[in-house]
Design a protein around this ligand. Sequence first.
Ligand code: ATP
Length: 348
Amino acid sequence: MAEIELRNVCKRWGTFVGVHSVDLKIADREFLVLLGPSGCGKTTTMRMIAGLEDVSEGEIRIGDRLVNDLDPKDRDVAMVFQSYGLYPNMTVYENIRFPLKVRKAVPSTHDERVKRAAEMVELSDFMHRKPSELSGGQRQRVALARAIVRKPSVFLMDEPLSNLDAKLRVSTRAQIKNLSHELQATTIYVTHDQIEAMTLADRVVVMNRGKIQQVGSPTEIYDRPSNTFVAGFIGSPAMNLVEGEIRGGVFEAKNVRIEGLSMPDGPVIVGFRAEDAAVASSAGEISAPVYTMELLGDSTMIAVRAGGGMVSVKAAKDYRAEIGDPVSLSVPAAICHIFDKTTGARIE
Ligand code: ATP
């Protein structure tokens, strides 16, 4: 069993707080993704779990052991980082075998275990090559094989796909998901890429400025973001956020009028997703000139100015308009998310 628990975990350097009292329970065999912008504390959180960084306050448990004072090598975790960390003078075979040698695994089992790990990441034909003779994607797979060869109960991965091109990222992503399932390991995966997070995770932890903003399944985070930070970070494009005022159940901002919101009067932020709104055939909730239009292949994205900013709406793929043409958009109350204007917290 490799359940992981963080209780009130903090990381401080002098007066700077990198991670604020994080509480988190990761279930055995769960695939958990730590997601957030650069500097939000996700790598530090993972390094504390790995034992590469001391905890300033709080407790970390792996299985039923308190690991705060355990060395990384005694935590039964395997790590994969964005820089592959391969030994340039060793072959692929020797690189993959390295952790077995270090940990003094029974030598007679090495060959079979190395071959099995190589097979899992489709590297069997490259065993005798040196890292310099491999592509970026192949090197990343050697790093993965080296992590899986020990069959650890916990995998920690820090942006393992960031050095790969877009196409390889997609195929290696699928491979990581499959491997973690096959190995039945608990995986914590750090990324700033929300698509990676949404496609890989059982649950996503969204972080910002050292604090957890929301923990939930990809669907929960997408459908019910708990604040404007999460709403603006998840989705592509991110959720439209419009500042305005509710009076008598009607939300108003520049070029916007949405009726039927049963909310107390006052300033709020209304959010809605581009794909939930539509171009209206008659007068809609937003009326403004077209600011830009982008053809996306399966749809057309239209942007207009509304409230103090810009909103995007997905239209049919054959929708056409010129910049400056008046357009009316359907944004009914039912698709709107309402956030507190001061705190950004979700109200409805
Ligand atoms: P990135 O995606 O850029 O790697 P991250 O979310 O992983 O970002 P962390 O590396 O965890 O962010 O850093 C969190 C914060 O802690 C940052 O503001 C960073 O500057 C700070 N930090 C990290 N290491 C140290 C250190 N050794 N001393 C002081 N501050 C640090």
